[in-house]
Design a protein around this ligand. Sequence first.
Ligand code: FMN
Length: 292
Amino acid sequence: MVGGGVAKTTEHLDQYTQTETLAEWGSFTKEEKVGNGGRDYYAHYRGGELQFALNSIGLTNPGIEYAKRNSREMINRYADHGKPLILNISGEGVQDSLELLQKAVEYRFPIVTANAACPNVESGGSRPMPVMCFDIDAMQQFIIRADAKIGSTDNVIMLKVSTGLPLLTLKQICETLKGTSAFSGIITGNTVPGGFHYLEDGQTAIKTRTGIEVGGMSGPAIKPLALSQTKFAADFFGANKEVWHCGGIMNADDCHDAFRAGASAVQLVTGFIEAGQKPEFIRDILVDLAND
Ligand SMILES: Cc1cc2nc3c(=O)[nH]c(=O)nc-3n(C[C@H](O)[C@H](O)[C@H](O)COP(=O)(O)O)c2cc1C
């Protein structure tokens, strides 16, 4: 499965409709976002091997109303190919996240990812920018209020957190999630915020039009962190909730590690981007998994 951040428009989604690739749609925010622009993505290689990526894309997307307008057609098109369409929403704080989550459920997306791990890009340029999942009070409020509003539902709702979360905070989030009926589980996870790197010429790897020089870190370097969270959450929940791994997956061996740690599904993004966003990359991993 390809995680949030790759497929934003119906055209993007359509590239994968008839393939084995299941791509999350989004993230979507309330209003359209043009993104930060400038040097907003950097991938670091050593000896031909991808080490990590940094991004400060700023949630470029056409806005939730666009997802609403196209929801019926795209959900049906995916269903015709035996695939559930996943909508990824990303709010700015508790209230905004709640409203977006309710809309996603109302539009009848079979699977919804509530992304609680993106920097609040509307924070007036303050540095560092707040990221909801690091604020346990905000997370408890969000989870409890979402559960009260949505309750038991046919939609699969997954909560996505950052791989940079301390395990103690992850434990508190899991404890709150455990008693809910609205949430099916957790995705571990999103990027580690605040990554910084110099290029050989001394410039910063990230330098957005808006002046940001740090970015969320992803790719192979974060796999051990993501794996630790996946294992922690899977051990914590047992059969009570799903745990989907996301972070540093490049091939079938990485998927095996995620499954061994207790994940019931695996997402990847940076490996997919660096492979040119070709569905064959996913198909090859699936073939390798099937042959193992
Ligand atoms: C360029 C880029 C854009 C991303 N945009 C989003 C996004 O819009 N929503 C989201 O939930 N995660 C987003 N992510 C995070 C990924 O979905 C994923 O959680 C993270 O990159 C870790 O997985 P990976 O190591 O396989 O990339 C983005 C990641 C990258 C590299």
